[in-house]
Design a protein around this ligand. Structure first.
Ligand code: PEP
Ligand code: MN
Length: 337
């Protein structure tokens, strides 16, 4: 909600009023212009509403957007999130690649070398896997983190991996550089608060299977509100009536999010399509739609992958894609660092 105070209000009274708002656990963000009479209030909608009819208030504007900290309206500049030697957001276009799941030391070492040689900026791989069936491979858990570390460190690749349980946060903080909150946990609010309560690791927040963009931004707001501003959104396809592809990659989301939030936006064309042959064209479309980078599944031998082989690129196709993306990025005013 935005408040405009009555003109000519005694500055002492105005200051006291602002203190009253803060005491009610609202954040008061002064807005430029209007002789310092305009404020955005960040906090509980029920509490902000109480001040709408305060005698000092000339006008109260109830905006449709319930998120504030992630809104571009209040922070016009792009947020840049560090990833090893590069940043996510701004002019650069970054690529994080690796297998769906951490399987073996050989698989991880081979894929890390391949994606590094192709120019990837980060290594992905799940040690904790959220699988639809309890009988599917669930990931190696904490020992998978060790395999990730051993594979990434010779190449100085930052590691991106999914966290499913706040209990694993200390182990993650010792082993990886970026946390991923998966689709199925986008609205696991206690997990969002947990990853938000530390500032060491940035968080990639994937859009829920059936989440609206407002719900995605409110989920991001939880993390930022808990104290961690390094949040990266990720469009990874949503459920629609279409069954030809695993999901429907919503590139509307990318262009829309870039206007509404200062947070970087990645696209995952692997889960978004479910088909490896669709990953290169949708990667290019994501770049054209304004995405800040890609999260791509790559496996040394997709036919033998323990999970998501059908949507994984082999190293050769990934290398070709990276080569094709470079000049395209330039065309769209981005650089592949
Ligand atoms: C993943 O990236 O490995 C993953 C499980 O993705 P999602 O949460 O988007 O399904
Ligand atoms: Mn996967």
């Amino acid at each position: 909600m935005y408040l405009i105070l009555k003109p000519g209000l005694d500055p002492d009274l105005q200051n006291r009023f602002v203190e009253e708002l803060k005491a009610a656990r609202l954040e008061v963000v002064p807005l430029p212009g209007l002789n310092r009479r305009a404020f955005a209030l960040v906090g509980s909608p029920e509490i902000t509403e109480r001040f709408a009819t305060h005698p000092y208030v000339e006008e109260c504007i109830r905006d449709a957007a319930p998120y504030k900290r992630v809104a571009r309206a209040l922070h016009p500049h792009d947020t840049l999130v560090p990833l090893g030697d590069v940043s996510i957001g701004g002019d650069s276009f970054i690529v994080i690649a690796g297998p769906c799941a951490v399987e073996t030391p050989e698989q991880m070492q081979s894929v890390a070398a391949a994606v590094r040689a192709a120019g990837a900026h980060g290594l992905r791989g799940g040690a904790f896997k959220p699988r639809t069936s309890p009988y599917s491979f669930q990931g190696h858990g904490r020992s998978g983190l060790q395999l990730l570390r051993e594979a990434a460190s010779p190449h100085r690749l930052p590691i991106v991996t999914e966290i499913m349980d706040a209990e694993d946060l200390p182990a993650m903080m010792e082993s990886v550089q970026v946390l991923q909150v998966g689709t199925r946990n986008m609205q696991n609010f206690s997990l969002l608060k947990a990853v938000g309560s530390q500032k060491k690791l940035p968080v990639i927040l994937k859009r829920g299977l059936a989440a609206t963009l407002e719900e995605l931004l409110l989920a991001a707001e939880y993390i930022v509100d808990a104290g961690n501003e390094a949040v990266i959104l990720c469009e990874r396809g949503i459920r629609t009536f279409e069954t030809a592809t695993r999901n429907t990659l919503d590139l509307n989301a990318v262009a829309w999010l870039k206007t509404k939030t200062h947070l970087p936006v990645l696209v995952d064309p692997s889960h978004g399509t479910g088909l490896s042959e669709l990953v290169p064209p949708l990667s290019k479309a994501a770049l054209a739609a304004g995405a800040d980078g890609l999260l791509i599944e790559v496996h040394p031998d997709p036919t033998r992958a323990w999970s998501d082989g059908r949507q994984s690129l082999d190293p050769q196709s990934f290398t070709r894609l990276m080569r094709e993306l470079r000049p395209l990025a330039q065309l769209f005013g981005r650089t592949l660092p």
